[in-house]
Design a protein around this ligand. Structure first.
Ligand code: B3K
Ligand code: ZN
Length: 853
């Protein structure tokens, strides 16, 4: 496979202003008739070239005349003489055979589509690129009994009976859109119907379409949808634009959800939720994804991407928008901790490894591989930094200008930054490096104090990444405050420091007491800060930084310091500082429970591994466990008290306060069990038996599973029996067992794999097993390398069915540079074996070959 490069972009040769599609829907054999009005774009004499994949062409007509088809490099080439033409094709596709879940496919008796990024070419011949915008008129015809509901983008215009027990529906979408936003659905679905009145007083009919039995589980998603619509009006001045907004949930889906114009299609996982079957985390994720997809209506659909290198234009911005929504609906401080945790868990390793790429990549073999934490989450951080630098008001002026100027267009990241500059008057020339340079910058900080003043010395370094050996200094916005070492008060209030050179010093006047440095407050920039710390400084900040995010960070820094020291020295851990900090957090009267839960959690094994040079995963696990045990033992009373207090959470309430209590209860239970397994087992079993919510039940089940298979057996059996008919909960049953630390997990995973309930063709189920296993370092990194072999086999087998989902499991094997040489060699061996497989997809080939590097 060859690489496609950003710098090779050329405007489309032909535009397609109008599209008329007719679907004769049948799972085995669907006939798609397409009538494209095409217009020559510019003065050239090149033919029209249409993408197509796995299509059986029945006929081709140009301006009503039959034509012989000609293919070049898999594309249908149509010679045209004039400036415009009508091109008609008739093709056959087989949705029920479509295991890739791209294009038109069947999921549990429902026919649905997924077109982003390049799935539309699996439905009909078309210039499948985001800068070709068309108006669609779509006629669906299908058996009425099997497919009573027929949905497409836009507004319904006609429906009626057809021959042989069939019926039809005609839909029109007045907004020109790229074909990746096209969608249809046919199935036996029921609707949770509601309405929303927009800020200009228009009525919008809302529908969430699911199988009848799932209707009661759509209430939370509907509430999230209405909240999102109101929030986007309030916060960004964005109003919904069609008479209908539909969401459909399907069980087989490659990722979370898809923002098709007026017809979002969701993984059931991000729609169906109630407190008995979904944890608080799941419920929050439903709201965040509903919001995210809804927000795309402006950031992505009304203004779309010129080419796929610009993906972060819509994804970074939309993640930033959904983060803002979650911050406003819940606790902003806790949300920020979660966002940063996700960034560090998923994006920092990507940026430090063989798959590192800028948020606006320069090349790809398979675009599906670039729906990454870098494009999404680092992309969101880049938008956040612009808001920090410009201020909220100028930022809003910038987005207003962007939406107004580019409405109906397919544009670039550069167009967005230009709007920000124009609306604010700021100069973002250097800031643009965030779009082009990969790698997480490291900022070194040292606070120097000499009589009456303090100087902050900063230095930055951006590491080399594949294809980018040398980097320029970035523009890094750092929120900084000085905290009095004795008073604990802010002696220099928070200010924004712009670090723009490789080295820079900033002075603070009137500082006449010893000061501690609170830096990158609120995580103002996605960087790694390495600060020179004075004795007692980090402990003091962990106990009392006035910025709650910085306080959390200081606690983490303290834990990381002591854990890494023990891991590298080979000796026991000095746990005093950790115990003091965790104890103080648990006993605090002022901290809120959700924050406490975050603050007492130890940094993950992966995060510790990332900070080491060639780590031994077994050693990392052992040291971390030793500390968990020490906390559980030494702070048993504090933990028990917090556990009991947290048990007062109202099971019927989804308020931030109650969710926070449940979070603290789970965190304290896990530590109590680490300290005293027998006591923990009893406590967890009781919590399981008495559980009223999935949050309580799942956290208890996880603790039991970690205590050993015998201890967990009863609860695991009960869990399965209780939720047998609920696939999303059975996913948890798989995930819990595949997430148990230790080398014995592989055998459990192999047993789970041969369970009748296991299937590789359902991405949620496969992720529950393989994703959980690969995400559990002490299970995955067995010294004998069998964990790698298992994953490699899964990747190869899954690739034959569904390349996109298979490719998602390659990255864990690519982290070999971080792991001690013995295991690293086995990880490389597994990658090599994958690459030796005949008929590998582009998706897996690209990631496996880059991972070997
Ligand atoms: N835009 C889709 C992602 C499509 C992924 C294609 N491989 C969902 C989202 O980000 O909202
Ligand atoms: Zn998105």
């Amino acid at each position: 496979p060859t690489a496609i490069r950003r710098e090779d972009y050329q405007a489309p040769d032909w535009l397609v202003p109008e599209v008329e599609l007719k679907f004769g829907l049948d799972p085995a054999r669907t006939v798609v008739t397409a009538r494209l009005t095409v217009k020559r774009n510019g003065g050239h004499d090149r033919p029209l070239e249409l993408d197509g994949e796995e299509l059986e062409l029945l006929s081709l007509k140009v301006d009503g005349e039959k034509r012989e088809a000609r293919f070049e490099d898999g594309r249908l080439v149509v010679d045209l003489t004039g400036a415009a033409a009508t091109v008609e094709t008739e093709v056959v596709i087989a949705p029920e055979k479509n295991s890739q879940l791209m294009g038109l496919y069947a999921s549990g008796g429902i026919l649905c589509t997924q077109c982003e990024a390049e799935g539309f070419r699996r439905i009909t011949f078309f210039p499948d690129r985001p800068d070709v915008l068309s108006r669609y008129r779509v006629r669906l015809e299908a058996d009425k009994a099997r497919f009573p509901v027929l949905l497409a983008n836009g507004n319904p215009v006609e429906e009626g009976e057809a021959e042989d027990g069939k019926h039809f529906a005609l839909w029109e979408d007045p907004f020109p859109k790229p074909c990746y936003l096209f969608a249809i659905v046919a199935g036996d679905l029921q609707c949770n119907a509601d309405r929303f009145t927009t800020m200009s007083g228009r009525e919008v009919e809302l529908g969430i379409w699911v199988r009848e039995a799932d209707l009661p589980k759509t209430r939370l998603a509907m509430q999230a949808l209405k909240d999102s619509m109101a929030w986007d009006e309030r916060t960004y001045g964005r109003e919904y634009d069609l008479d209908r907004f539909n969401i459909v949930a399907v069980s087989d889906f490659n990722f979370g959800a898809m923002e098709n114009k007026g017809l979002n299609i969701f993984n059931t996982r991000y729609v169906l939720a109630d407190p008995e079957t979904a944890s608080d985390g799941d419920i929050d994720a439903v709201a965040a994804v509903v919001a995210h997809e809804y927000f795309h209506n402006w950031s992505g659909n009304r203004v779309t991407c010129r080419d796929w290198f610009q993906l972060s234009l819509k994804e970074g911005l939309t993640v930033f928008r959904d983060q803002g929504f979650s911050e406003d609906m819940g606790s902003a401080a806790v949300q920020r901790i979660d966002q940063v945790r996700t960034l560090r868990a998923a994006q920092f390793p990507e940026d430090a490894g063989p798959l590192a790429h800028p948020i606006r990549p320069d090349s790809y073999m398979e675009i599906a591989n670039f729906y990454t934490a870098t494009v999404y989450n680092k992309g969101a951080e880049v938008i956040r930094m612009m808001r920090t630098i410009l201020g909220s008001e100028a930022y809003r002026k910038g987005t207003d200008l962007y939406f107004e100027r580019h409405d109906g267009q397919a544009v670039t990241c550069e167009d967005f930054v230009a709007c920000m500059e124009e609306a604010s008057g700021a100069d973002l020339r250097q800031f643009r490096l965030w779009y082009s340079q990969a790698g997480t910058p490291t900022v070194r900080a040292r606070l120097e104090q000499v009589d009456g003043g303090a100087t902050l010395h900063l230095a930055q370094e951006v590491p080399p990444t594949p294809g980018q050996p040398a980097k320029q200094p970035m523009a890094i916005p750092l929120k900084v405050a000085l905290i009095g070492a004795d008073s604990g008060r802010e002696i220099a209030g928070e200010r924004l420091v712009m670090l723009e050179r490789a080295e820079q010093s900033i002075s603070f006047a009137g500082i006449d007491e010893p000061a501690f440095l609170s830096i990158n407050r609120g995580f103002s920039a996605p960087v790694i800060v390495e600060a020179d710390r004075k004795p007692g400084e980090i402990e003091a900040l962990a106990a009392g930084d006035s910025d709650s995010f910085a306080r959390f960070e200081a606690g983490q820094e303290l834990m990381i310091r002591d854990l890494l020291a023990a891991i590298t020295s080979g000796g026991p851990v000095a746990t005093d500082a950790i115990l003091t900090a965790v104890g103080a957090t648990l006993r605090s009267q002022s901290l809120d429970p959700a924050f406490k839960a975050d603050a007492i959690a130890l940094p993950s094994e992966s995060l510790l591994t990332d900070k080491l040079d060639r780590a031994d995963p077994a050693r990392v696990h052992a040291v971390r466990e030793e500390v968990r045990r020490a906390i559980g033992n030494a702070l048993k009373d504090d933990l028990s008290r917090a556990y009991t207090q947290a048990s007062a959470a109202d099971p019927a309430s989804l308020s931030g306060a109650d969710k926070g209590l449940r979070r603290l209860r789970a965190a304290t239970l896990a530590l109590l069990a680490a300290g005293d397994p027998q006591f923990g087992a009893g406590l967890a079993q009781r919590q399981y038996d008495e559980a009223r919510t999935m949050t309580e039940r799942q956290s208890a089940l996880m603790v039991l599973a970690m205590l050993g298979p015998d201890i967990a057996a009863k609860a695991l059996d009960d869990f399965y029996a209780r939720f047998e008919d609920d696939p999303l909960v059975i996913d948890k049953w798989f995930a819990v067992q595949a997430s148990v630390p230790g080398e014995a997990t592989l055998a459990a995973v192999e047993r789970l794999q041969s369970q009748p309930a296991f299937t590789m063709s359902n991405p949620n189920r496969l992720r529950a097993l393989a994703g959980s296993f690969a995400g559990t370092p002490s299970a995955f990194h067995r010294a004998d390398g069998l964990g790698y072999d298992w994953l490699a086999e899964v990747i190869v087998a899954a690739d034959k069915l569904n390349p996109q989902t298979a490719a998602r499991f390659v990255a864990p094997l690519g982290r070999w540079r971080k792991i001690e040489e013995g295991r690293a060699a086995k990880m490389r061996g597994a990658l090599q074996r994958i690459l030796g497989e005949p008929g590998l997809s582009k998706d897996v080939f690209e990631l496996a070959s880059k991972s070997l590097g």
